[in-house]
Design a protein around this ligand. Structure first.
Ligand SMILES: NC(=O)C[C@H](N)C(=O)O
Length: 323
C-alpha cells in the first residue's frame, strides 16, 4: 500500500464548458471519481490548493505548494501527485524540482481536453500519474511530469503544442519514460539542477525579454528603466542580439544579474563561437550570465528563486555555471 497525497490546483483537467468556454469546475472528489485504482495498492488523500487556470497561479502559490508537499512528506506521504493547468505546468515542475530535496516521487499532470470534452485525457493522465508516483522505480528522480503516457523530467519538459494531447516534449532529448501496460518503461537520461532554498515570499521582479530581427533596443531601454531585480534575455540562435542592445544590457548587468538564454527550442547558449557585436562572447564580456540549455522561462524561475532566497551575484553565477 502506497500513501499518496494529491494536491489539485485547477487547469483544464478540472474544467467544464457549460457555454462560453471552459472554466474551473471540478474539485478533488470529482477528479478521483472515475479512477479505477486498486484500494489495496494506493491510499490517496486529496487536498484542493486552489482551482484556477494555470496562468492565474503566482510564484507565491508555488512556494505554498512546496511547503504543503514538504509537510505531507513529513507526515508520512510516500509519493505526491499534483494536478494543474498545462500552460505553466513546466514552471511549477521545475520550481518544485529546485525547491524540494526529497526522494519521494512528485508527479505533476494535467489535461489538454476539458472534462466536458469528448475523449478527455484527464482521467487517463491522472491514473498514469498515480501509477508513476506509486512505482518504487520513480524514487529519487525529482519532479516528474506525466501526460499522454509519457514521463518527462522537470528540467527539460516543455509545452510544445497549443492543443494536441501529445503537447509535451523534453528539450534536448525525448521523454525519460513511457507508460505501457500500467508500468513505467524508463528510457532517456534525466538531467537535474542544483537544489535551492525555499524562499518565504516571492519578491523579485525578473522579466524575460525576447529579442528579434531589427530590434532597435528602445523597448529594452524602457524595461531597463523599471525597478528590476534581475533580467533574462532570450537572444536568437546561440544567444545573440542586434548591436544596438549591447550598451543597455551592459548597464543593466552592472546593477542586477542578467542571464542570457536562447529563444531556440533546443540546445545550449553558446559561449565561445562568435566574436561580433551582439554575439554571445560580446554579451558575456559585458557581464551577462549564460543559462546553459535552460529555456528562458526556466532561467527566469531559477534566477527569481535565487534572488527571493537572498542570493548575491556570485551565488547566481555559481548556480548557472553548475547547470
Ligand atoms: N490545458 C490546460 O490546462 C490549459 C489551461 N488554459 C490552463 O493552463 O489552465
Amino acid at each position: 500500500m502506497v500513501a499518496i497525497s494529491l494536491f489539485t490546483l485547477g487547469g483544464t483537467i478540472a474544467m467544464r464548458d457549460e457555454g462560453g468556454g471552459a472554466r474551473p469546475a471540478l474539485g478533488p472528489a470529482e477528479l478521483m471519481a472515475g479512477l479505477d485504482l486498486d484500494p489495496a495498492h494506493v491510499d490517496l488523500t486529496a487536498e484542493a490548493v486552489v482551482n484556477l487556470p494555470s496562468g492565474h497561479l503566482t510564484l507565491d502559490d508555488i512556494y505554498d505548494l512546496a511547503r504543503r508537499i514538504r509537510a505531507a512528506i513529513d507526515d508520512g506521504a510516500e509519493a505526491v501527485v499534483v494536478t494543474q493547468g498545462t500552460d505553466t505546468l513546466e514552471e511549477t515542475a521545475f520550481a518544485l524540482d529546485l525547491l524540494l530535496d526529497v526522494d519521494q516521487p512528485i508527479v505533476i499532470t494535467g489535461a489538454m481536453r476539458a472534462a466536458s470534452t469528448l475523449g478527455t485525457d484527464g482521467p487517463t493522465n491522472l491514473h498514469a500519474a498515480i501509477l508513476t508516483a506509486a512505482d518504487p522505480t520513480a524514487r529519487g528522480r525529482g519532479v516528474l511530469v506525466v501526460l499522454n503516457d509519457s514521463v518527462h523530467g522537470a528540467r527539460g519538459v516543455t509545452k510544445a503544442h497549443t492543443s494536441r494531447v501529445d503537447a509535451f516534449r523534453t528539450r534536448d532529448g525525448g521523454p525519460i519514460g513511457l507508460i505501457a501496460e500500467g508500468r513505467i518503461v524508463w528510457a532517456g537520461a534525466l538531467t537535474r539542477s542544483p537544489r535551492l532554498v525555499l524562499p518565504l515570499q516571492a519578491r523579485a521582479r525578473v522579466p524575460v525579454y525576447t529579442s528579434y530581427l531589427g530590434d532597435d533596443g528602445v523597448a529594452l531601454l524602457a524595461l531597463a528603466a523599471m525597478d528590476l531585480q534581475g533580467l533574462v534575455v532570450e537572444g536568437f540562435g546561440g544567444g545573440h542580439v542586434p548591436p544596438a542592445l549591447g550598451q543597455t544590457l551592459e548597464s543593466v548587468a552592472a546593477q542586477v544579474p542578467v542571464v542570457l538564454a536562447s529563444r531556440c527550442a533546443e540546445g545550449p547558449v553558446l559561449t565561445q563561437s562568435y566574436g561580433y557585436a551582439g554575439s554571445e562572447r560580446d554579451l558575456i564580456a559585458r557581464g551577462l550570465i549564460p543559462a546553459g540549455n535552460l529555456a528562458g522561462v526556466k532561467a527566469r524561475l531559477a534566477l527569481t528563486i535565487l534572488l527571493d532566497g537572498g542570493a548575491d551575484l556570485e551565488r547566481v553565477k555559481a548556480f548557472f555555471a553548475a547547470l
